[in-house]
Design a protein around this ligand. Sequence first.
Ligand code: SHN
Ligand code: NAI
Length: 222
Amino acid sequence: MPDYPVSLNLEGRLCLVVGGGPVGLRKARGLLAAGARVRLVAPQLRSMEQLPAGIDLCRRPFAATDLEGAQLVFAATDDRETNETVAREAQRRGILVNRADTPGGGDFALPALLRRGKLTVAVTTAGHSPSLAAAVRDLLADTLGPEWGTLLEITGALRQKRLTASETTEYNQEVVRSLLTHDLPGLLAAGNEAAIDRLLAAHCGPDCSLAQLGIRLPKGTK
Ligand SMILES: C[C@@]1(CC(=O)O)c2cc3[nH]c(cc4nc(cc5[nH]c(cc(n2)[C@H]1CCC(=O)O)[C@@](C)(CC(=O)O)[C@@H]5CCC(=O)O)C(CC(=O)O)=C4CCC(=O)O)c(CCC(=O)O)c3CC(=O)O
Ligand SMILES: NC(=O)C1=CN([C@@H]2O[C@H](COP(=O)(O)OP(=O)(O)OC[C@H]3O[C@@H](n4cnc5c(N)ncnc54)[C@H](O)[C@@H]3O)[C@@H](O)[C@H]2O)C=CC1
């Protein structure tokens, strides 16, 4: 399937997950973390302890009425026919549906995710090899350490403070790239606050120190 990656805002929206095994629960957790409301339909759960708080649980087989009010649907049962029915009924109502058992059988697939603060790297093979997607994500995790979350805070704050005032976006790119060329991530990983402030002063101006940008390095960095 040719794919079109997006980053959805699901805050407060109702999402339906059908199936309460490890796959359905993984989907439900991700949705809750994104601020969505989650309705989970499944006759059996392996253990209630695994059920994340805040889920509206319906302990019975799927019924088409479960789709009422849902804006996104996940067919994650171990039964192909049920997944088929969920997908068909969702699509009939114009609701986008994910099928856990058939790549290309639904409307969208989920990527493997790497999170660093507000920075998200999403890796997808569009269903060809979920294991490879997870492996590529793990490779990137070694290169993009936790300091990249702080790096995003800095470039975000710089953008607010100064960069958007410039006429050209090329200027933004230039500043961000030169901070990378001068190894701002390495300085952040080392917690070298003085060197970071020197670099920011040289590339962004004298009023762009960490303190002036309102950024505190996370504990654990020196
Ligand atoms: C199409 C898709 C639909 C969807 O969106 O769910 C789908 C489908 C299927 N997955 C299967 C198997 C596995 N999936 C994983 C893991 C993940 N699967 C994810 C996504 C997707 N899986 C979508 C495509 C994404 C893409 O291609 O990029 C990840 C990335 C994200 C997530 O689910 O949240 C998550 C990483 C979790 C993490 O570590 O973060 C592992 C374990 C592992 O490798 O770690 C295995 C076992 C090993 C293997 O089989 O590879 C099977 C065969 C099932 C069977 O035969 O019973 C099917 C169905 C089929 O292929 O027919
Ligand atoms: N997308 C992914 O990452 C992966 C997808 N899969 C696929 O996802 C499917 C589900 O995997 P698991 O969570 O491990 O399965 P599981 O067997 O642990 O759980 C299946 C769940 O579906 C529920 N269910 C069965 N019939 C139902 C119905 N009519 N209505 C509502 N709920 C119903 C069961 O009660 C149970 O909660 C697998 O069969 C496989 O095809 C498997 C591994 C990874």
